[in-house]
Design a protein. Sequence first.
Length: 159
Amino acid sequence: MTKTPSEIYFENLCADLGIPLRRIQETNSKTPDYELAIDEQLIVAEVKEMTRNKEEQESDRVLQERGYGNALSTTPGDRVRKKISESSPQIKARAKGKYPSLLVLFDRGFVAGHLDPYCIRVPMYGLEQGRAKGTSHIPPVKRKVMILNNVPRPRSGAE
């Protein structure tokens, strides 16, 4: 089986840190990717890679055509929440409530900020909500983030 870049990086990181790991053989049922051993404690690990979705790919395409991409809007943490949901059955099948487990999310650096700290907090704790004093009659505002994807940098010098 071909390894993803995220799996290769994870294996190299564990090797560099001296953490023993074993690749779990794939079967017909969903399984996590690795078992690690830290201080003789078995840990189940699943590695997920953030890839560009259809909207981001379309933005890339129009960037090539017209020199700037589309403005994309997303709820923070949606992509992380999806990865958690996808990996949960795999991890639970191996951990069986007996072993700690770990979800490793990998971003090649060109995905639109899906792994920034806020996008990790939102799936865990929900969107931030707040009220200003004296505004109890107004419903709270939920934070939404607009990601400007593939916007060319300003040119240096005079135009």
